[in-house]
Design a protein around this ligand. Structure first.
Ligand code: PMP
Length: 427
């Protein structure tokens, strides 16, 4: 009789065929987090270049103070769902803050962004409705579809003509929802929202934009790609998360749809899970406020993202996008083995990034994914570039970079990794 877990044998096989490494690439342990951009990993001081801490909010003093106060006043958790005892006045205040921030009538806070997508997609489209998904959408969007009963149609990534072609084949009077992201999480590329919205509207479809990776980063006040591309008035639902730019955990949806509030009575991933603890709600509320006004941080983040992108390109790495479309910069590697080997060597050199391959990545790509924070300094970007240069050369991924102007400039800088205690003491 086969055991139920036998179905994962192929994955177990692939995992165990990878060379032994000091750290597990898929379950790295942070011994100690020192700041938004530094941690001790395996006893080594490491630059974090693979978090989603885009606005560097995890150590924001005001957010920490607010969390502490809420913890003292409201305790460690609500022990109940939003529809029972889990809605405190601060949950309502956070929803009011989000509605105001987005200039939308309604906001609903979920316990994670994953649950926000699960809730929206499984609830608003029913068995006679259609959901049209960009092929590169996040797992939470696919899982939301799997939980619901709508008919699912995938269209080619960022391809409005393909979306239009598929919309044209659907029954005219059926309910339709088009789902895209502002910035795609793995490759860091941005969606062309205008043509997507135009296609959706032409066929009477509503549109949901997941701004998980663009909130804080894009748009003049950090509302995301819809704000940056000036199409917000044409978007029906914006989904977001507090686990990236907001620096804590939680998810939300904002909308101007007149009947939106009914979702509080029918959306199971909202109704049947515990609500966010007071400390999280309080820090998120403060963080959204700070993000709105953080133009300088945003400008710095875009500058260093551009510097990292052009620096890696100058070293000879093959990048997934032609320019930095977000703080996510993805470097192509020839195989999963090569990507994992690169990741491990980079970690040994004191830089943590993410390694990813199919099915987590599109187009069968194996990548090193770097994601920057507004808290990174120019010096840290230089250090990341230096480490990429060294590891890339040692592993034969790039040619001798010593001949390129950038590498010459970089090798002029002394490279002296700081001991852990010195870094900790300097905080
Ligand atoms: N949407 C997208 C596009 C994401 O990348 C993620 C998380 N990586 C989520 C939603 C889920 O967010 P959360 O971490 O809040 O569950």
């Amino acid at each position: 009789m086969p055991a139920l877990l036998d179905k994962f044998d192929a994955i177990i096989e692939t995992r165990s065929s990878l060379p032994d490494m000091p750290q597990d690439p898929f379950h790295i342990v942070m011994d100690k987090v020192l700041s938004q951009t530094e941690a001790v990993i395996g006893g080594r001081h490491t630059i974090l270049a693979g978090t989603n801490n885009y606005m560097g909010m995890t150590f924001e003093p005001e957010a920490i103070d607010a969390a502490r106060k809420a913890l003292d006043q409201g305790g460690t958790g609500t022990t109940g769902s939003r529809v029972l005892n889990g809605t405190y006045s601060i949950h309502k205040a956070l929803e009011a803050k989000l509605a105001e921030f987005y200039g939308m009538k309604h906001a609903m806070v979920f316990s994670t962004g994953y649950l926000a997508n699960l809730g929206m997609l499984s609830t608003i489209a029913d068995k006679d409705d259609y959901i049209l998904l960009d092929a590169d959408c996040h797992a939470s969007i696919f899982d939301g579809c799997a939980l619901g009963q709508a008919q699912i149609v995938r269209f080619r990534h960022n391809d409005a003509a393909d979306l239009r072609k598929r919309l044209r084949r659907l029954p005219e009077d059926a309910g339709k929802l088009v789902v895209v992201e502002g910035v795609y999480s793995m490759l860091g590329d941005e969606a062309p929202l205008r043509p997507m919205i135009d296609a959706a509207h032409e066929f009477g479809a509503e549109i949901l934009v997941d701004e998980a990776h663009s909130m804080g980063v894009c748009g003049s006040t950090g509302r995301g790609v819809a704000q940056a591309q000036m199409v917000e008035a044409d978007v029906d639902y914006i989904v977001g998360t507090f686990s990236k730019s907001v620096g804590t955990v939680g998810g939300f949806v904002v909308s101007n749809q007149p009947k939106f509030e009914v979702l509080r009575l029918v959306c199971r991933p909202y109704m049947f899970t515990a609500s966010l603890p007071p400390s999280v709600v309080a820090s998120a509320t403060v963080a959204v406020d700070i993000i709105e006004k953080a133009q300088e941080k945003r400008a710095h983040l875009w500058n260093i993202a551009q510097k990292l992108h052009s620096g890696l390109a100058a070293l000879g790495f093959e990048l997934v996008t032609d320019r930095a479309e977000s703080p996510i910069v993805a470097v192509k590697l020839p195989s999963l083995e090569a990507a994992v080997g690169f990741w491990s060597a980079l970690l040994e050199a004191g830089v943590y990034g993410n390694v990813a391959g199919p099915p987590a990545t599109p187009q069968g790509l194996n990548i090193m994914r770097l994601s920057l924070s507004a808290a990174h300094t120019e010096a840290q970007i230089d250090q990341i570039l230096m480490s990429f240069s060294e590891v890339g050369t040692a592993l034969g991924i790039i040619q001798t970079p010593s001949e390129t102007p950038l590498a010459t400039a970089m090798s002029a800088q002394a490279r002296s990794p700081q001991p852990v205690d010195a870094v900790a003491a300097s905080r």
